[in-house]
Design a protein around this ligand. Structure first.
Ligand SMILES: Nc1ncnc2c1ncn2[C@@H]1O[C@H](COP(=O)(O)OP(=O)(O)O)[C@@H](O)[C@H]1O
Ligand SMILES: [Mg+2]
Length: 469
């Protein structure tokens, strides 16, 4: 029997006073405060602004980030504590437009928990785990998981050292990846980030794919699910918060997706987590933080943006020795093609590699417009064989030579035959560029090095053939 139950059942010698009974009830409530319990801490709305509302009576009983439930005749709506002051708390409603009135009751519910289930595969849900694909209710799993759980402790995590193929030649050759790696795709808008992500989502290497679509246009979501994912949707779960949804929903979507990924990782599966885009997640965190009165410190971004990003991304990676892995591939929008903006800068530091896509390559029709010289995978050495590594270094040197002499060659400042290395570069680099071209409609490459070798051999034999009379 638990001590508090024992205490309440101990016979009293004299009848307690009303105050004593109330205090006992309060103590019991404090020890029993769990979501769904009959008793919960409550307070009342005392002020309302366009972005949040203020509740008194809860300051001593809630923590920053706790969820609360606002009760009114129109229904119950959840919100998150974004600031705690001595006698009141600031709450950001999850969904805007709730009818909030002065004096309304607000109850504490604590952490926001979701109960992922294997049957969620193939489904599309919103940030509150409500199905939005019109295919009926979602079955709830057995284990409730907080959407803001901590990453596994670093010393218990298994090591990242097993490579996998994405089927995208430009990545498998120049920046090969490992299970449990965290990779960013950096580019301006309309350059090809989402398309590359969808090509990678089709990789056969994963048991499960969990995708968070944050701040996308509604039209793009449907295209992505129906046209791009197609047959791969069976092992995929998509969590969506479109650009017109509240900042709270846009902030929660990647957290919910990561929690679903953790469910499958803990079952020992290799999970691919995709977030498109993390910049929109950062914008949502910024909106919520500014509503709480935080001061912007770097180009309009308050400090909490730079703590939320690593908190989310650190949850990806390898699990404990027995568990599976979460490989995270995220897109980062570089505003105005400025690769040094604060979000791009801070995510680059957290990640284990970055793919840089150039608008100029897209303009030339070289899709995916990946720049092989400025993209790196910090775990490439674990995925390459020694021969492959040597070959890639050689290819990069040739590409560098080709690009640095581009202007010189264009104005006719170079005579072939003067520099054998440059002669080789001018013959081979256009062939390399050609083989790296790939569209979502193409079959994923099963052996990118073999494709490259065949293309180079064919080009060499074509140029060595005697000219026809
Ligand atoms: N691999 C590709 N092959 C052919 N066209 C592509 C490819 N990647 C992108 N595109 C073209 O670029 C457009 C924008 O791509 P998208 O992935 O939506 O960009 P972003 O997500 O960076 O805004 C697409 O509509 C498509 O026309
Ligand atoms: Mg996009």
């Amino acid at each position: 029997m638990s001590p508090e139950i024992e205490a309440t059942q101990t016979p009293q010698r004299s009848l307690p006073s009303g105050m004593e009974r109330l205090a006992a009830l309060g103590g019991l409530a404090a020890r029993r405060m769990v979501p769904g319990a009959a008793l919960a801490y409550g307070g009342n709305v005392t002020a309302i602004t366009a972005s949040h509302y203020i509740v008194s009576g809860l300051s001593k009983h809630v923590r920053l980030g706790d969820f609360l439930e606002h009760c009114s005749p129109a229904g119950r709506h959840r919100g998150q504590v974004i600031k705690v002051e001595q006698d009141h708390v600031h709450v950001c409603p999850i969904e805007p437009g709730e009818p909030i009135g002065i004096g309304d009751l607000v109850l504490r519910i604590g952490e926001f928990k979701v109960t992922p289930d294997d049957s969620w595969c193939g489904r599309t849900i919103d940030a509150l785990c409500r199905p939005i694909d019109g295919r009926g209710d979602l079955r709830q799993g057995h284990e409730a998981r907080s959407i803001e759980s901590a990453a596994p402790p670093s010393m218990t995590r298994s090591r990242v050292d097993k490579g996998f193929l994405t089927g995208v030649r430009a990545i498998d050759i120049f920046t090969p990846l490992c299970y449990g790696q965290r990779l960013g795709i950096f580019a301006g808008s309309g350059v090809g980030k989402s398309t590359l992500l969808s090509m990678m989502a089709a990789a056969a290497a994963f048991d499960r794919v969990v995708i968070a679509l944050v701040g996308e246009r509604g039209r793009e979501v449907r295209e992505f699910i129906e046209d791009t994912m197609g047959e791969h949707m069976a092992k995929t779960i998509v969590v969506v918060a479109t650009s017109d949804e509240s900042p709270m929903l846009r902030k929660m979507a990647p957290l919910v997706a990561m929690t679903v990924a953790e469910h499958f990782r803990d079952k020992g599966e290799n999970v691919l987590f995709i977030a498109d885009s993390v910049t929109r997640f950062a914008h949502a965190v910024r909106e919520v933080a500014i509503a709480a009165g935080e001061l912007p410190i770097a180009r309009g971004y308050p400090a909490s943006v730079f703590t939320e990003l690593p908190k989310l991304l650190e949850r990806a990676g390898p699990g404990a020795t027995q568990a599976g892995t979460i490989t995270a591939i995220i897109s980062v929008l570089v505003d105005g093609d400025n690769h040094n903006d604060p979000i791009a800068d801070s995510t680059r530091g957290i990640l284990d590699g970055h793919i840089v896509m150039d608008r100029s390559l897209a303009d030339e029709g070289r899709y995916p417009p990946i720049n092989p010289l400025s993209s790196i995978s910090r775990l490439a050495r674990k995925a390459w064989t020694p021969d492959q590594e040597k070959l890639v270094m050689r290819l990069k040197a040739l590409i560098h030579r080709f690009e640095e002499t581009r202007d010189l060659r264009l104005i006719g400042g170079y005579r072939p035959g003067t520099d054998p290395e440059l002669d080789l570069a001018t013959k081979q680099v256009p062939v390399i560029y050609e083989i790296l071209k790939q569209s979502p409609a193409d079959r994923p490459a099963s052996d990118s090095y073999a494709d490259l070798a065949v293309a180079l051999r064919n080009a060499a034999s074509a140029s060595a053939a005697p000219p026809r009379r």
